[in-house]
Ligand binder design. Sequence first.
Ligand code: ADE
Length: 226
Amino acid sequence: MRIDVLTLFPAMFQGPLTESILGRAREQKLLAIHCHDLRQWGIGRYKQIDDRPYGGGAGMVMRVDAVVPAVEAVMQGDRRVRGNQRNQGHPWKILLTPRGKRLTQTTVERLAKKKHLLLVCGHYEGVDQRVVDGGWIDEELSIGDYVLTGGELPAMVLIDAVARQIPGVLGKEESAAEESFSKSLKRKREYPHYTRPEVFRDLRVPDVLLGGHHKKIEEWRKKRTA
Ligand code: ADE
């Protein structure tokens, strides 16, 4: 899968996308992520991206004439789009915004089947509605009912959740593909886990887990499931 990200803060993606499982997935070429600085498509000498809202009100709005050319550049393979590869098909274009539909595991699994995603990170008060109404966005998504400073962290959350659905990204033991969404979500909410040592300070691992009685362990776990 290829994921392009349009953001005012590409440096924010260093770390979350280069470490751990996502880093390994990229090294193994299971996942190609390209972050592009929206400022490249800024207007005028100061590369302006935002402007005051028509009708007044607080905050600034991201300009349609900056965001749309950026989206089109990714779609068309503009040379400003670093690492652009041809034949990736049309990207599925997502705007991260608190106005969007709530991201769920069902949505994550649908997105994981796409070959190419384009994530647009909203900032300031929002993005000029014509970016959406004109068809440059296929889907608006929110990661929850709270307001963040921008769409970057939501984009990273989305990338992480989607990436672990790609075959080969997780190790065999944790393979997401073998589990239905409800199963994997349930497993993550399952019973509390313990490992060595048996006693830490005066906190003991529950006796039932040490006994090796599978039926009893199963019952205990059922009772402790969130
Ligand atoms: N931008 C700001 N807050 C957001 C949220 N909760 N989800 C997606 N994008 C956002």
